[in-house]
Design a protein around this ligand. Sequence first.
Ligand SMILES: [Mg+2]
Ligand SMILES: [Zn+2]
Length: 184
Amino acid sequence: MKQAAIFLDRDGVINHDRGYVSQVDDFEFIDGAIEAMQQLKKAGWLLVVVTNQAGIARGYFTEEQFLSLTEWMDWSLADRGVDLDGIYYCPHHSEYGDDNYRQDCQCRKPKPGMFLDAAKELNIDLANSWMVGDKESDMLAASNAGVMNRILVNGQYSVSEKTKAQVNTRVSSLKDAAAYIQKN
Ligand SMILES: [Mg+2]
Ligand SMILES: [Zn+2]
């Protein structure tokens, strides 16, 4: 049977967005984020991270560095009782990087590729799933994937009025997003 998931952007939702976070020293969990994920896991939701990481294509950090940070994040969360069900990332950019990374891929948000891959691999019911993100591209990617429930975390990025009008709610943190999801 298909299961609904909560898709989570990483930077600005799980950890503070300091721009191209690539090492443990720069990775700081946002207050309440881990507790929110604990609640959602307990309630039976799949938790799937979907993150654009064009810093790899741009050469700001290597894919190995990203994977090493991701492993640390994954273990830190598991240690607190949060087993992530999937972590999907896009290392590409359409204009930067060498042959491997420079491509007009289907995974970079606002494209829906990461969601579609996750849906196939984890048997996810996209229509009944939720997306929590802090950028226009997060909301559009989810919409493009057919994820009907979308929560915008207000942050440092500007989001069009049109997109704002199409989200279920706007909140200040993942903690508030989790509370909203539990009520709806
Ligand atoms: Mg973000
Ligand atoms: Zn990609």
